[in-house]
Each structure stands twice: as C-alpha cells, then as structure tokens.
Ligand binder design. Structure first.
Ligand SMILES: Cc1cc2nc3c(=O)[nH]c(=O)nc-3n(C[C@H](O)[C@H](O)[C@H](O)COP(=O)(O)O)c2cc1C
Length: 420
C-alpha cells in the first residue's frame, strides 16, 4: 500500500515532498503556515492579496491609513475611478512581506506567493507588474498565478532577471484554459514550471460556473495529462480541491500527478492566519452549512460557510482604504449593488445587499469564511475539548498525516493537557 511519501516532486534541482499548501488570501495562508510546509520539505504559499493591509497588521506600516486619508474626499462619491494605488507603496509592501517570510525560511522546501489576477486594483496591468516584480526582487522561490486567466502575466516579467530561474506556475480548471495560456505565451519560450489543476471542490473562487457539481477533478486532470503527453510537454501536474486524506492524494499520484495542492485541512491549524474563534466555525460547519454562491464581485462563484457575517451585509464600499477589486474603470459589482439598495431605501441607516459582498472589507476582517467542500469533515480530524470546542492542530501534524497515512485514515492529535 503506497503512501504519499513514496513519491517525490521534482522541480528543477529541487526534490520535494509532494505536498503543496495552497495560497489562501487574505493572510490565511500566513507566513508561519508556509514556512512550516517548507521546513517539512514541501511547498507553502503566502498570498499577495491585500498586501498593504497585511503589511500594516504584520509589520506596523501605515499604508491603509495613508491611502484612506488621501482619498477621504471621495468617500461619498459613487465614482471610484480616482482611487489609485501608489505603485511605490505596493512594491514596498510586497517586498516587506516576502523578505520577512524568506528571511525565516528553513528546511529543503520552497515558499511561493499566490497572485490573483482578479485583484485588478483600478489599474490591472500596472499593479500586477509591480506585484510580480517586487515578489521576485524580494527573493520568493516561486509565483503561482491564480484567479484569472493570466494570459499576459509572464510577459509582464519577461525582462526580470529571475524570469527563467524562479518557479512560475499557473492554476487552471480546464484543458482549454491551459491551452489558451500556452498559446498566448508560446513566443516567450518559457513554459510554466508546474500547473495546478483546481477542481470544483476547492475553497476560494472557483474556475467553474454554477454547474460546478457536474465537473470532476480526476477527469480534468486525466484530460490535461493526455494532452501534455500528446504534445510532449513535461510539466508537473498538481491537482487541487477536495483531497482530504493521504489516500486521496495517492490515488492522484498513481494517476500521474506530480504533487497535490491542499488547503482546507490547514485552516484549523495553529499556524493558519484565521483568528482562533473562526477556526472553530470551520470545525462546526456541517455539509449543509456550506454553499457555493455568486456574491463575490469578481464574477466567479465562491464557496463559503453560510453563517459568514459578510453574506448579505450592506457596509459602505470601502474602496478609498482598499479598492482591490476596482476594475480598470474604477467599478466594482458591489458598489453597483450597494447603490441600488441605498436608492431603494432612502433614509435607511444601513442597507442589506443580498446579491454581492464587499469582498475587500470582509476578507480583510475574516468575515467571509471561504472553505473547500470537505470542510464539514474537519471535525473528524481533531478532538473535542470538554467545553465543546475543538483542539487546533499543528501544521506538522496535518502535513505528516497527508504524507504517511494509508487506508483513508486520518490521524488524530495527542489530547491537549487539561488547562489548570
Ligand atoms: C480559506 C481558503 C482561502 C483560499 N484563498 C485562495 C486564494 O486567495 N487564491 C487561490 O488561488 N486559491 C485560494 N484557495 C484555494 C486553495 O489554494 C486550494 O487550491 C484549494 O482550496 C484546495 O482544495 P481543498 O481546500 O479542498 O484542499 C483558498 C482556499 C481556502 C480553503
């Protein structure tokens, strides 16, 4: 009976334990979580989502306050096109986060950064180029291009001295998306170093429509694999979404995967960036407490726990402080929905917006609890305390459970010493 540890992921000169902890914005896949994965010989991700507020929280900078003060005059306006990101600050915040993380790295594994194209930031190309370039400058081992097609992202950094030596990967949810990426980037003579194939059971945004349940990760991986073999392209494939046990992972490895990307099981670890009380909400969730909805202004369906306080909330759009989802014309679907509700309820102190959410504010405040479809099984991975709460897990414990378990088993943690 094989274990995940019987396999290795080869990326250039690196030989890695084939476990990738996926990026989870905003700072849910914290530096501590990513560094544990690297220490244990796998790959961890930090995320560059809302990096300025992450930097303020972690490194005591004041980027958000400064931006808010600069655009205070615009708060009451529905036109947010004036609200721009200072590109120098953006580069500095990215550098801070990456440098602080990489300075603490130990072990033989790698730390990558997850970069979501859908954070269009009122200047999609300019801000993306800065984010990618600054992460490379600051010594990140690799970049995973996520949420969006990223057809032009390689070109944005083709002049960077690390363009050919840093590991660069893409996340796709279909063969067609990968084909488009490869076609668009053919002239650069630089293939992705790995392809994460994210299926319909993943957390975060989905690369599917509301018909997600009709798709199946194993089928998509097999289709992409056949295509790569046929084209004689040797690119490691990394399936993601719903891989909950070491045995699930081994099935993918035996079908030709190079590694697996996992996330949900790490949301209840001590190193995960979610506040501890919210980790308890993840433990508590039952299968029918989890939904895929369309409230994200990105336009992509997103999976979340129905009790997330950000669902249906009608907070005033906070673009002057954040504004990560403003498109190239300074628009965001939440602003449109919020204005509609305000117009429909004149004089109301606070409106409710059922169909969209202010994702920046709520992800920043951990008020949208996104999770994978299997989050309801998290309670099977830990022990209940006498007060009804669940024990948090060590990242090392969960990592090693994926690595060494067989027969669909999930190793439980040692019971905590009772508090005195
Ligand atoms: C809380 C949470 C936040 C996530 N945020 C992101 C993100 O910011 N960018 C991204 O590309 N994927 C994100 N994901 C997807 C994961 O990186 C990963 O590919 C997927 O969840 C793996 O499936 P699993 O959670 O069933 O193991 C997120 C997942 C979770 C659970």
């Amino acid at each position: 009976m094989k274990r995940l540890d019987d396999f290795r992921l080869r990326l250039g000169r690196h030989e890695l334990v084939p476990i990738v902890i996926g990026g989870m914005g905003v700072d849910i896949s914290s530096a501590d979580l990513a560094l544990e994965a690297a220490r244990l010989g796998g790959i961890g991700h930090i995320s560059d989502a809302m990096i300025k507020t992450v930097s303020d929280r972690r490194y005591k900078t004041k980027y958000v306050k400064a931006k808010q003060a600069m655009y205070q005059y615009n708060v009451a306006s529905i036109d947010k096109s004036a609200v721009k990101f200072d590109l120098g600050d953006l580069a500095e915040a990215t550098r801070l986060h990456v440098e602080h993380t990489m300075a603490r790295k130990t072990g033989s594994g790698l730390v990558f950064i997850n970069c979501m194209e859908k954070l269009t930031m009122n200047a999609p190309k300019e801000t993306l180029a800065i984010r990618l370039g600054a992460a490379l400058d600051a010594g990140i081992d690799g970049i995973t291009l996520a949420a969006g097609l990223h057809l032009g992202s390689f070109a944005l950094i083709e002049q960077h001295p690390r363009f050919r030596d840093a590991k660069l990967g893409v996340i796709v949810s279909s063969l067609r998306a990968l084909q488009l990426f490869l076609k668009k980037n053919a002239r650069l003579n630089r293939l992705p170093d790995y392809v994460v194939v994210e299926g319909p059971l993943a957390g975060g945004h989905l690369g599917f429509g509301m018909d997600w349940a009709e798709h199946d990760l194993a089928t998509i991986v097999a289709e992409i694999r056949r295509y790569l073999v046929q084209e004689q392209l040797d690119i490691p494939l990394i399936p993601a979404g719903g891989i909950f046990t070491g045995s699930d992972a081994v099935r993918f490895m035996e079908a030709g995967a190079a590694a697996v990307q996992v996330a949900t099981r790490f949301t209840v670890t001590r190193e995960c960036g979610l506040p501890d009380e919210i980790k308890q909400e993840y433990f508590k969730a039952d299968a029918d407490d989890i939904e895929v909805n369309q409230i994200s202004p990105t336009g992509y369906p997103m999976r979340m726990i129905k009790a997330s306080p950000g669902i249906g909330d009608g907070i005033r759009p906070n673009c002057e402080a954040y504004g990560y989802l403003l498109d190239a014309n300074g628009k965001c679907a939440y602003i449109t929905a919020w204005n509609r509700e305000v117009a429909a309820h004149p004089g109301a102190k606070r409106v409710s917006v059922p169909d969209k959410t202010c994702l920046c504010t709520h992800m920043r405040n951990f008020a949208i609890w996104t999770c994978g479809q299997n989050a309801w099984r998290l309670k099977d991975t830990s022990l209940k305390r006498a007060d009804g709460s669940w024990q948090l897990l060590g990242t090392e414990h969960v990592f090693n459970d994926y690595r060494f378990s067989t027969d669909e088993r999930i190793a439980l943690p040692e019971p905590e010493a009772a508090a005195t």
